[in-house]
Design a protein around this ligand. Structure first.
Ligand SMILES: NC(=O)c1ccc[n+]([C@@H]2O[C@H](COP(=O)([O-])OP(=O)(O)OC[C@H]3O[C@@H](n4cnc5c(N)ncnc54)[C@H](O)[C@@H]3O)[C@@H](O)[C@H]2O)c1
Length: 427
């Protein structure tokens, strides 16, 4: 049996405790969590208990971890977006090999700095662009790169967020406010941009974008609407976003739902209602401090002349990306929620369904694939992690450039943008 890689979990929230912790519990021969760093006592204690972590390896902040001798070979950084840059830099300097949640940082310069820090210290820095490891997107990559569909002319890429997920994360939750997290294309669509860069190369030449915060504002409702759903809202029956229904439905679907575990550790009806009465997720969606867009479109032109439209919207009936790729010989139609990819051959008219492996774990198998790649790189079984800091930085730059284009109403020339940042590191 192989020796498990030992790691410290930095940030024991939804991703840390549930996904990385869950992988370690299910795969004890692969990964062992031997330390936990988390200021929230209940979360810290829960992870410590689940993984049998000794008291002197239960810390309250990444700063504390970075000031101590190494607790393990690896650190899994699942803190919130704005904490990524400083904490990862310190952990790399301290000697940890780091698996870092996306986005790698919330400014372009900080992203570039992290790549340089990892390379200067000779450490693994893997970014959690989980979708590259998902069989569905791997199959799309193989189709596009394999050449059988002919020269790719255009791609329509849609990130369709189901309505309650948008409200949970981007109106009431952690990614609702640009100053606390980052712009939407960075916090939600850095996966999509990463996949596009993976498939087409780091060769985007121009980017334009538009999008607004159209719906979730206080101007949409009248003064009769209270600040919280639990304060006797007169629209409780008809409002799609009435929090008790929204979260109790999620709980009924799956007691391990990410939406429920984000609001409470007590996955019962009483626990959910308590969290909604007291915490941020019970607020009326029209009375929050959100300022991120609820829909956005980016238009990208790549060096090969391929035109790509990327649409993000948060009012879908079902969660999942839909993609159309037009090649000179075939058209590809992909539907993530159905786990279905169809290739339509232009000449013969034949439609072929692509055989897809059954995913294991969240994000269509991407979560576990990501962790396995990290473990493989540390064990020396594979030369790289596929989504290193260097490999991931371009998609982040595209997200920042798209936001600049959206806000300024201009088209951003990527060569000039990279030069302005001094991003020669990409050369
Ligand atoms: N890869 C993906 O597809 C994916 C999906 C969801 C979220 N994410 C990213 O994962 C990260 C974590 O998201 P989450 O939903 O788990 O958030 P979360 O808020 O549930 O977890 C973050 C945890 O960090 C802890 N923390 C705060 N200060 C700390 C400190 N000084 N030291 C250590 N820990 C500290 C918080 O108490 C919290 O428990 C975010 O950057 C998010 O954008 C990635």
């Amino acid at each position: 049996m192989p020796v498990p890689v030992e790691a410290v979990l930095v940030g024991a929230g939804n991703r840390g405790g549930r996904i990385y912790g869950g992988f370690a519990l299910a795969n004890p021969g692969e990964l062992r969590i031997v330390g936990v760093v988390e200021p929230d006592e209940a979360r810290r204690e829960r992870v410590a208990e689940m993984h049998g972590i000794a008291a002197d390896r239960q810390l309250r902040s990444w700063e504390e971890l970075a000031s101590r001798p190494l607790l393990a070979e690896a650190a899994i950084n699942a803190t919130q977006d704005r904490m990524h840059a400083a904490s990862t830099r310190a952990l790399l300097e301290q000697g940890y090999q780091v698996l870092l949640e996306k986005p790698m940082a919330t400014t372009p310069q900080a992203c570039l700095d992290l790549v340089q820090a990892a390379e200067r210290h000779g450490r693994v820095l893997q970014i959690s662009h989980v979708l590259r490891y998902a069989p569905f997107f791997r199959a799309l990559y193989d189709l596009l790169r394999g050449g059988s569909i002919g020269d790719v002319v255009s791609i329509d890429w849609r990130e369709n967020l189901v309505y309650w997920h948008y409200a949970h994360s981007f109106v009431r939750g952690n990614w609702s406010n640009t100053a606390r997290s980052g712009p939407m294309l960075l916090t939600k669509c850095c996966h999509d941009l990463d996949l596009l860069v993976w498939m087409l190369g780091p060769t985007c030449e121009r980017i334009a974008s538009s999008g607004t915060q159209r719906h979730f504002t206080s101007t949409v409702v009248g003064p009769e609407v209270p600040p919280r759903c639990t304060d006797g809202c007169p629209h409780a029956e008809t409002c799609l976003y009435y929090a008790p229904r929204l979260y109790l439905d999620r709980l009924a679907e799956n007691s391990n739902s990410f939406a429920v575990s984000a609001i409470t550790l007590d996955a019962t009806s009483d626990g959910v209602m308590r969290a909604l009465t007291e915490g941020p997720y019970g607020r009326c969606v029209y009375r929050c401090d959100n300022d991120v867009v609820d829909h956005q479109v980016a238009l990208l032109q790549f060096r090969g002349g391929q035109a790509v439209s990327l649409t993000m919207q948060g009012t879908s009936h079902v969660e999942g990306r839909t993609v159309r790729i037009d090649g000179m010989r075939s058209t590809v139609l992909a539907n993530e929620s159905r786990n279905e990819i169809v290739v339509l051959d232009h000449r013969s008219g034949i439609q072929r369904k692509v055989e897809l492996a059954r995913p294991r774990g969240g994000h269509g198998g991407g979560d576990w694939g990501l962790i396995q790649a990290f473990i493989g790189a540390l064990r020396g079984d594979r030369p790289d992690v596929l989504t290193s800091g260097r490999e991931s930085v371009e998609s982040h730059l595209l997200a920042f450039a798209a936001e600049e284009a959206r806000v300024s109403g201009t088209t951003v020339d990527m060569a000039a943008y990279r030069q302005r940042l001094g991003a020669q590191i990409l050369a």
